[in-house]
Structures are given as C-alpha cells and as structure tokens.
Design a protein around this ligand. Structure first.
Ligand code: GLU
Length: 474
C-alpha cells in the first residue's frame, strides 16, 4: 500500500439491543454488509448497549440470529459498547486537556429555568455558555463536561445519499459529553468507537442525520477526519404510512414466522429504495457485486407487501426439493400439531404444492390433509359433494382402487375410467370432487390422480371408505 491508497473500506452495524431485529435495522445491516463486500472491505458489528435499562441479552441474541438468518455475515465483533467506557472517558479527558471541552456546574434545575425564560422570550435555546470560560477544575463539585463548539461555522458533510448536509455550530451549542454521574454520552461513544474501529463509512438510518453535525464537531475536536456518512431513508408502508407494530410485520422474526424465505426477504430489503437498472431478482452474490450507495434513493423507501409475496414465490419455486422439504417441515408440524419427518411422500407432495401458495405457512396449511389422518371436513363441501347419488360410483371406485396391485397416477386413472364407463351419466368432475373431499376434507388440492398417488393406496382407500359413511341414505 502506498500513502495515496485510500484506506480499506470498513463499515459497521451498530444495533441498540432493545427489541427484535426491526425491518429498517435489517436493511441498514444489509446495506453495510453489501457495501463492505462490494469493496472487499470489512463489516464490524457493534452492540450499542449503553442504555442499561433498555438493553437485554435476549434482544442481542435475537438481532444476531436475525442477521444470520438473512445470510449477513460479519468480520469483527460483536463488540459491546458498554465494555469500552474507559476508552470513551479517556477521550473526554483528552478533550478537556486540549481545551475542546470544559466542566459545567449548571444544575438541571438552573438550566431548565434559563431554557424556559429563553423560549418564553421567543428565542431558541442552546446552552448559554455560563461555565464556558470559568476554567473549572475537577474539584469544582458535581459537574458535567461539555464540548466547546465554535460560536459559528458550518458543521457540514457531503452525505453519500442526501448530498451536501450540515448545520451551523451556533444552532447546536455546547452539548454535554459526560454526565454528572461520570458516564459518557451516547454521541461521544459512537464517535470514539467509529474512530478507534477505523470505520470509513457510516451507513445508517436517516433518523441519525440530525445527529451528524454534533458528531462532526466531535471528530474535529478529536483532531480526526470524519468518515463518509450515508443516511438511508426510513422504510414506510405502501402509501407512505409509517410502519406500525400492530398492523405490519416489522421484525425479521415476524417474517420468518409468516413463512417468508430468507433469500426473498433479503432480496426485498435490498430493493427498498435501491435499484440497479430494472433488475428485480438479486442473489446474495449479485447484491455484493452490484450494490452502490450512489443509487440509494433519498426520497422513498416504500415496503410493498405484494412484491415480497411475489419474490417469495419466486424463491420457493427455485428451492431444491430437499431444501424445500426441510424448510416446510416446521410449518407442517405447526399447522398439524404433529412432528413431521421427511419421507418420499413428502418429497413428492412439496413438488405438487410448490406453486400453490405464496408462503410456507400457506403451503403447509394446504398440505394438512397429507399429514393428518383425522380429516377436517369442510361442512359445505360435504353437503355439496357427498350426496346419495354419488354413493354407488364412489363404492365402485373404492373397490377398484383397493384391487390395484400397482399404485400410480396411471393405475388410479384407469379405475376412474372404468367407473365412468360403468356409470354413463357421470362426468369426471362429478366424481373427482367427492373423492377430493374424501381425501382432503375440502375442494382444493392438486390434480386428483396426483393427490391419490402421493397419499398412497392404504390411506386413500381408508379415506374413501370414511367418506362413504358420511353419505346420507337416499
Ligand atoms: N444504535 C443506533 C441505532 O440502533 C445506531 C447508531 C449509529 O448507527 O450511529 O439506531
């Protein structure tokens, strides 16, 4: 490496572990991952757990599991911000010794009083600098430490998504960086960590855009160059509405539980507010090969549920058989309340069901009849299709099926042909639908011959027999 080479790209994902992995955070993580991978850089995970009351280990675990489920891997970490407070406090001491920070004795009550007066007089409140030039020492009694900002001057940066951004220092005022109980404040911790971890690109939610001027001031005070900042617009629902926990799926675990495949969710997330020509389908490798901050749209990030359903169906179609069976099994176990294990029948069944549902949950629901021998009959279907007139042909079909010595789509079809030949007025549809009700309890299933073939002879015959018992006497 020569002096003129830019430093290797280092990005970070810095979740606050106070809940599940939220959709917006997952997208931020994905962008950081994609950018690092695209440029042969490194992704660092930093858990921002300094808010002791809200941070939990359980949430940290959920966040990391969510990342893994999405296929987002990282190179360093997870590091915990709470374990670095000595570094944060050392930076405060440095700032005090260089005069970029000073001790402030103003109490909360005094500050509140002055703030109220200022606002009542129609002015905007920023710290009024009462302790700014007092040169208070450590023995000044209870105190906070404030960052000394220039009185004027642009704290600006060229945001990789929003373009030229910034605020005048006078609008921010001297902010507290160490509390009176000796704890470092959040913005200081973020800047010190990003600096010491050599982060070159801070890619994060646009809700942090307003925090950036103060953070830039901290970089300058620490005599360091700020990284590149890229703020990505927050995700909104279709129609531009804020996502709501009650109405929308908002955590990665919600989507997993709803039967969305990780490949589909990752593809969906990367395309929310980012595009590359008119390409819609992106494998993980394609994301890493083409992701670019310049193409992140600063104005919109709409989550379109129909698009996700479409993508999920696409990835379900692409799944190799064994993977599909493995993905579906937990859902089948759940909807049938039985432990489902892989079998040849299940492998054949999933092929029949592949294109029949948009999620694994839907497909599992449509496949309940295959697992459960106790059929959940739909009352309407029984009344409509299991009428006295169907009794004799259904009995004949039962007997013909029972006699078969080889069970296949072709052989069961020959039984239907024979029964239709015997009962002249009967049409295929009129026979197939009662059989479908017998086998599945309802009127929706794959083709009737395929359904019989996959269910097997013994189970099929037993179900037709049970249906014959449901037919009322003529
Ligand atoms: N911990 C912050 C959050 O979860 C992120 C801070 C940052 O990216 O600078 O919103």
């Amino acid at each position: 490496m020569t002096d003129s080479d830019p430093p290797a790209i280092r990005t970070r994902f810095a979740p606050s572990p106070s809940g599940f992995l939220h959709l917006g955070s997952a997208r931020t993580a994905l962008f950081n991952w994609a950018y690092a991978r695209r440029h042969g850089g490194k992704l660092v995970i930093r858990i921002e757990d300094t808010d002791v009351e809200r941070s939990t280990l359980e949430s940290e675990k959920a966040v990391l599991e969510g990342l893994e489920w999405l296929g987002i891997d990282w190179d360093e970490g997870p590091l915990r911000q709470s374990e670095r407070s000595e570094r944060h406090l050392a930076a405060v001491e440095r700032l005090l010794s260089t005069g970029h920070a000073y001790r402030c004795r103003c109490t909360r009550i005094e500050l509140e009083e002055r703030r109220t007066q200022t606002i009542a007089a129609g002015r905007k409140w920023t710290y009024d600098g009462l302790c700014r030039d007092l040169e208070l020492g450590d023995d000044c009694g209870p105190h906070t430490v404030r960052l000394r900002l220039p009185e004027h001057g642009e704290l600006g940066w060229d945001d990789a998504v929003y373009g030229p951004s910034g605020q005048d220092a006078s609008e921010i005022g001297d902010r507290i960086i160490r509390r009176s109980d000796g704890l470092p404040l959040y913005h200081l911790a973020v800047v010190v960590d990003d600096l010491e971890m050599g982060i070159t690109h801070v890619i994060r939610g646009a809700d942090h855009h307003p925090n950036t001027p103060l953070q830039i001031a901290l970089y300058r005070a620490l005599d360091a160059d700020p990284p590149t900042f890229a703020h990505v617009p927050l995700i909104v629902g279709s129609g531009g509405k804020k996502l709501s926990k009650r109405r929308d799926s908002v955590s990665i675990q919600d989507f997993e539980r709803d039967g969305i495949l990780p490949d589909a969710l990752r593809n969906w997330l990367i395309r929310i507010g980012w595009s590359c020509g008119d390409q819609e389908i992106f494998s993980a490798d394609e994301i890493c090969a083409s992701f670019d901050l310049a193409a992140v749209n600063r104005s919109s990030a709409q989550a379109d549920a129909e698009k996700l359903a479409w993508l999920n169906q696409h990835y379900i179609k692409e799944l190799p058989n064994a993977e599909f069976v493995a993905a579906l099994m937990p859902f089948l176990s759940q909807v049938t309340s039985q432990a489902v294990t892989p079998s040849d029948g299940l492998s054949q069944l999933v092929e029949l069901q592949r294109e029949r549902g948009k999620t694994l949950v839907e497909i599992a629901r449509l496949s309940r009849w295959f697992v459960n021998d106790t059929i959940d009959y739909e009352e309407k279907a029984v009344t409509k299709h299991l009428k006295p007139a169907i009794g004799p042909p259904l009995r004949d079909l039962h007997d013909a099926l029972a006699k078969l010595s080889n069970w296949s789509e072709e052989s069961v079809k020959s039984c239907f042909d024979a029964v239709l030949a015997q009962h002249e007025d009967l049409k295929m549809g009129k026979l197939a639908q009662p059989v479908r009700v017998a086998l599945t309890g309802g009127t929706v299933s794959p083709g009737i011959f395929e359904t019989l073939a996959v269910l097997g002879q013994a189970r099929s015959i037993a179900r037709v027999e049970a249906a014959l018992d449901l037919i009322p006497p003529a």
